[in-house]
Design a protein around this ligand. Structure first.
Ligand code: NAD
Length: 335
């Protein structure tokens, strides 16, 4: 008897149909920010009809320029949709668009598949799973990894938790945005995987920042050091994608004065989710807790809306003093 893991089944589906060559659907999308914007652009390119809603007019306008149809409310976006995606900052935002008289559960058709790709706390994810099931919907938690560059390239990793039939159906819709779609198990396990992954990411970002500044001060050329670390044991996704020194990695926010690709606020939120989960499971996270303090210092210094890779300013000394200009001062982390 042939037994396939969930991953093999999903890979099989992806291999059979190829990117973009599957069901065309009406997609409702709530949250068109740094991630939702490029993700919806790929859904449009795949031939889906995408209706988007965002509280920010600028985010909505940018999505419309990529072929998304503007909806004036959550209600207008979800009516008649085959699938609803949410890509919102935190659990409180996801709860607010799902629950209440103007929410998704009140206005979507019962056969609409619901997919939350935000990174949120496990309690909020469980609350949405429970409320969706009680209202007769199928819902999966499907957070992503890969950053804005992965969102633009359609190469995100999705980790998908929920009932297996809903996970398989969700995988079909997710395909134009993904290089990897990995079923994680039951409700909230996608969020659990994402929270643990991001704990490791932000620790890697902090260690990369320290290595980059120390290398500079020891007289190493920034490109030469990156060339070595990226093929050596200091390698990481943070190093290859978010290297916090300008002029080395094209996708790095360091090249544009730390204009956000992933804000320090969101990084602080994610590592806080790991710390909360660790406390509830009696798991010591000594390094994770320290890295959260670094993000908190960045936020207290007025840089919460900047990219999280500006954490390097705590190492190279370029974090502006409170009340000073919010632009990072010249230093080892700047050209
Ligand atoms: P973002 O802040 O750029 O975008 C979120 C969008 O949601 C904003 O445009 C905001 O206006 C909108 N929004 C908030 N409340 C709303 C509401 N009630 N109704 C409609 N729109 C609403 O954030 P992002 O960087 O796109 O991240 C979104 C999620 O994806 C977060 O949970 C984040 O942790 C996760 N994530 C981000 C990245 C990244 O690199 N940026 C990578 C992986 C996962």
């Amino acid at each position: 008897m042939l037994v396939m893991s969930g991953i093999e089944i999903v890979r099989g589906i992806m291999n059979c149909v190829g990117k973009g060559a599957f069901i065309m659907a009406v997609v409702a999308w709530i949250g068109l920010g740094h991630m939702g914007g490029p993700m919806t652009a790929n859904m449009v390119k795949a031939g889906h009809s995408v209706r988007g809603f965002d509280l920010s007019a600028a985010a909505l306008d940018a999505a419309v320029a990529n072929g998304v149809q503007a909806a004036g409310s959550v209600e207008a976006a979800v009516q008649g949709a085959d699938v609803v995606f949410t890509m919102l900052p935190k659990g409180e935002h996801v709860r607010s668009v799902y629950f209440g008289g103007s929410g998704i559960l009140a206005h979507a058709a019962k056969d609409t598949l619901l997919i939350d790709s935000s990174t949120i706390d496990i309690e909020s994810a469980q609350a949405v799973h429970d409320a969706a099931a009680a209202a007769g919907f199928r819902f999966v938690d499907a957070p992503v990894s890969g950053g804005m560059s992965g969102a633009a390239a359609g190469t995100l990793t999705f980790m998908v938790g929920g009932e297996s039939g809903a996970v398989a159906d969700a995988s079909g819709y997710i395909q134009p945005m993904a290089a990897n779609i990995i079923p994680t198990g039951g409700a909230t396990t996608g969020q659990a995987a994402k929270i643990c992954n991001n704990l490791m990411l932000f620790i890697n970002l902090a260690s990369t920042s320290e290595g980059a500044v120390l290398a500079d001060r020891l007289g190493l050329d920034k490109q030469v050091f990156w060339d070595i670390a990226s093929v050596s044991s200091g390698d990481s996704w943070a190093l290859r994608t978010w290297y916090p020194v300008p002029g080395v990695v094209p996708t790095a926010a360091a090249n544009s004065g730390f204009a956000p690709t992933f804000t320090a606020e969101l990084a602080n939120k994610d590592i806080g989710l790991a710390i909360a989960a660790a406390r509830s499971t009696h798991t010591p996270l000594e390094i994770g807790e320290h890295v959260q303090q670094l993000f908190q210092r960045l936020i207290d210094g007025g840089q919460g809306a900047k990219d999280c890779s500006m954490i390097v300013s705590l190492v190279d000394g370029s974090l502006p003093a409170p009340g000073a200009s919010k632009e990072p001062a010249a230093g080892a982390g700047k050209e």
